[in-house]
Ligand binder design. Structure first.
Ligand code: SAM
Length: 280
């Protein structure tokens, strides 16, 4: 018998991943994107948006733990957190593991991603039932413009920066983020692959440097993302970010104080990467 396979159609990557499918659990189209949930014998359930795999149940922790816990542990008192995107709930779940968090606002443009995740991805969407979680369905670029001195940490957990997600990587957006953060706030965003999207990583870093005094980059290896070696751009108004400033008490699979420090690149390589001296 031949395998049923799903072939990714990632417009951004020079490679196509291909997964064996044991079951198609959901297929639909929202006003914003095509949404699918498939079951794979190796990776568990997978969320696919516009043909691009967003997450798999087996390895999602490698993305969500790094995206949430690095900025939250670099901040001494992150009580008020904003997540833009993240409709699957994985980042929200990690943010809410911090007892210090009093309020986590999740702004995803697409209500249907949240509904589908609640139904088919219960291990990710658990946080939506937490009374500290507030869900807003709006464009994050529009939402943030109404806030000033409001959030301790802002996290962008968006789809690839094409279409309606593109605005979340512009200098304008980073200026709105700066304004919406408190005077000691920290910002982080997933910023694609070091090798397949190096120019984009550099551009985002340069834009952030125009707005924030402290800008850095950390990485994680994510087995289902094109290029594997994935970047997170972090920007801070006041605190250095390379080490945790609070004791790590949250339960995780990989993140801890050592992995926080290990996630950052050596300064020499970071500088080469951002200045364009790293060529291949
Ligand atoms: N972990 C995933 C990744 O890195 O590929 C991201 C997953 S999460 C499902 C991405 C979410 O970002 C989607 O649900 C999408 O609707 C949302 N999104 C994209 N652009 C947005 C915008 N401008 N405002 C709010 N949400 C946005």
């Amino acid at each position: 018998m031949r395998d049923i396979v799903f072939i990714e159609r990632d417009p951004y990557a020079p490679i196509r991943h291909c997964y064996t499918v044991s079951k198609i659990l959901y297929q639909g189209k929202s006003p914003y994107q095509e949404i699918q949930v498939i079951e794979s014998p190796e990776f568990g359930r997978m969320l696919i948006l516009d043909g691009v795999v967003q997450l798999d149940e087996k390895y999602e922790f490698l993305y969500h733990e790094y995206l949430a816990h690095v900025p939250l542990h670099a901040h001494p008192n992150p009580r008020n957190v904003l997540i833009i995107g993240g409709g699957d709930g994985g980042t929200l779940r990690e943010v809410l593991k911090h007892d210090v968090v009093e309020r986590a606002v999740l702004v995803d443009i697409d209500k249907e991603v949240i509904e589908v995740s609640k139904k088919y991805l219960p291990t990710l969407s658990v946080g939506f039932n937490d009374p500290r979680a507030i869900v807003v369905n709006e464009d994050g670029y529009r939402y943030i413009q109404d806030y000033e001195n409001e959030f301790d940490v802002i996290i962008v957990d968006s789809t690839d920066p094409v279409g309606f997600a593109h605005v979340l990587t512009t200098e304008d957006f980073f200026r709105y983020v700066y304004k919406a953060l408190k005077e000691d706030g920290i910002f982080v965003a997933q910023t694609e692959s070091i090798h397949y999207h190096l120019e984009m990583v550099r551009t985002i870093q340069q834009r952030l440097k125009k707005v924030f005094p402290i800008v850095d980059l950390y990485t994680s290896v994510i087995p289902i993302y094109a290029g594997y070696w994935w970047t997170f751009s972090i920007a801070s108004k006041k605190y250095p970010v390379r080490s945790p400033v609070r004791e790590v008490k949250v339960e995780t699979k990989i993140y801890d104080a050592d992995m926080h420090e290990y996630a950052f690149l050596p300064e020499s390589f970071y500088n080469k990467l951002v200045n364009g001296e790293y060529k291949y």
